[in-house]
Design a protein around this ligand. Sequence first.
Ligand SMILES: [Fe+2]
Length: 299
Amino acid sequence: MRIQKIVFTLIVFLCTQSICTNLLKEQLSQTGYLEICHKNCDIITYDSLYASFDELITFLQSHPAWAQKLYIAKERFIRSADRNYYATDFFGFYDESKREGRNQISFYYSTHFQDFIFSHFPEFKQVSPLIKFFEMCFEIEQSCENIFNEAAAELNIKNIFVSPYSCSPTLKLRRTGLPVLLKVIKYFPSYNPARPHYDGSAFSLFLDSTDNQSLLLSPYKSEFTVDDFSSPLRKFVRSHNQNSMLLIPGALLTEFAIYPTPHIVKQNGKIRYATIAFAMRPYHTSQKNNFLPLPRFKY
Ligand SMILES: [Fe+2]
């Protein structure tokens, strides 16, 4: 009798797990995204982050020697063992404000990159715009880990975040947690993207944007046209203490039959800011994927 009860409980548990997995998988396949309420979201937090980013931009543009030093730090970091935890080379400051069409400035933040900078280039501890910006990025980055963990658990792929080398004494990892890259981006009015793209992440989380309507996306399909792309209808709009995040799959989950959501941030002729968190896969070697070509946008 006791064994029967255990078996029954196990079957109920497995069915529940399977239903959850299928529900989220189905949702991502049908719409391309999952809207998550940003509970008690303080819009002021993101507005402060963007103000802090502007201070950092002004500082680095007016102090090219510090910008160069930051670039050298990034180049050294991507040759370190910690880099492999993220399996990407995108870190640090990218000023493309003068590059035609791109017209944007972004910063890719990660906790290991911050640790690396302060331990190998301690002089950065005197640069208050960088310290302030890093403190805000750290708080936001930490808040994303649970969301990525829960999404992976619901899809029954939690192992994607387990590092095969986490017990290796040769690694200098000072922090645990997920490999999360936080991107803060400022778009200028002349920003003008030609095509949508797929993210090279496991998941991407659109945390905040000063113009949600500019983000267009489409679920993965057998072929794409411009008309497939639209701005997701949100239940929660960006206003005082209310906002929502969008979770989409990136290009690193195809082995689980989860396909990436192509997206584009269209031109709107204004300055705007956005914050995105990317969940990466530790020590992952990307397979060559032949995703479907994406249509050219004309405005
Ligand atoms: Fe993207």
